[in-house]
Unconditional design. Structure first.
Length: 78
């Protein structure tokens, strides 16, 4: 994959954790994952043994991944 920011090649890899925890994304106007918004997502669900594919650009330090639409993701914005 080519980096959309700098045009250089990105390295494919996976998102994983050393401990059994979920990885959450939530809007910056929320103070913590405990105050989840409706449009927050679970990037990695520990209980489903997910290891999503992600691409890393070593030049501009960007990490990109697809977020699949599934029932456990609570999308509310288009």
């Amino acid at each position: 994959m080519e980096c959309p920011f700098c045009g250089r090649p990105m390295q494919a890899g996976r998102i994983d954790t050393a401990k059994p925890v979920n990885i959450e994304w939530y809007p910056e106007d929320k103070e913590s994952y405990l105050e989840k918004a409706e449009n927050s997502i679970t990037v990695k669900n520990t209980y489903k043994f997910e290891r999503p594919v992600a691409y890393l650009c070593f030049h501009c330090h960007k990490l990109m991944m697809d977020v699949p639409e599934r029932a456990n993701f609570r999308f509310t914005q288009d």
